[in-house]
Design a binder for this molecule. Sequence first.
Ligand SMILES: Nc1ncnc2c1ncn2[C@@H]1O[C@H](COP(=O)(O)OP(=O)(O)OP(=O)(O)O)[C@@H](O)[C@H]1O
Length: 253
Amino acid sequence: MDVHEKIRVEDLSVRFGGRPALRHVTLPVPARQVLAVIGPSGCGKSTLLRCLNRLVELVPDAEVRGRVLLDGEDVYACGADPIAVRRRIGMVFQQPNPFPTSIYENVAYGLRVQGVRARSELDGRVEASLRAAGLWEEVKSRLHESALRLSGGQQQRLCIARSLATGPEVLLLDEPTAALDPASAARIEDLVWSLRERYTIVIVTHNMQQAARVSDYTAFLLMGELVEYGPTGSLFTNPRDQRTEDYVTGRFG
Ligand SMILES: Nc1ncnc2c1ncn2[C@@H]1O[C@H](COP(=O)(O)OP(=O)(O)OP(=O)(O)O)[C@@H](O)[C@H]1O
């Protein structure tokens, strides 16, 4: 691959309580591109995503083997700080989960944790993050209202703004539109496409049309194994593996 590998997953295996969830997965995550991870329920998509920012180790009986290289350095190396990794790799979940505070405070929170105190800097970075998430015009006159009054789609864009505020390099999106109506989902898809100019993005989706629309590369997982990885266009139109063809043509899953 001629594009820079922002992340490289190498021989990654995960077990929960001894039961395998991922088996020897190796794949690159190209910089400033969108990688879609697809596959039937339970195939390990979320587990793979949660390995990238070490969220998986919060599960008490999880066992992770293999390497995840972020700009060439193993995030699981002895001495690597999971908090520092999560600062570089932001994550957005299926259910929008804004804090029960104002729109402004949702975005400012991570900045305050990082020690930003000056009001003008906070204001500037909150605005820039909301603009990047495509939400500024809708909320600029109500920044101090509760985030919980926003629609589901707006809440999800707020969660994206909250992730962007602290300056991550990679964004992980775990089925970010699954809980949204089609119009809100389409706005998130447009956003994902535009964010790839600045961020490396990995999106887990059940929706193959969505994967085909928003991603540059696609990884297809089945029962914890990586069956196929490639440029999205060729994986969907000319899959190398029969199982990929069966899945993308809707024969199972
Ligand atoms: N916290 C956990 N404890 C035990 N087993 C788990 C845990 N999380 C996931 N698993 C198991 O690991 C396997 C992979 O799950 P994972 O959630 O990664 O799949 P998925 O492809 O994201 O599924 P879905 O599309 O339904 O969200 C499944 O067998 C699941 O039951």
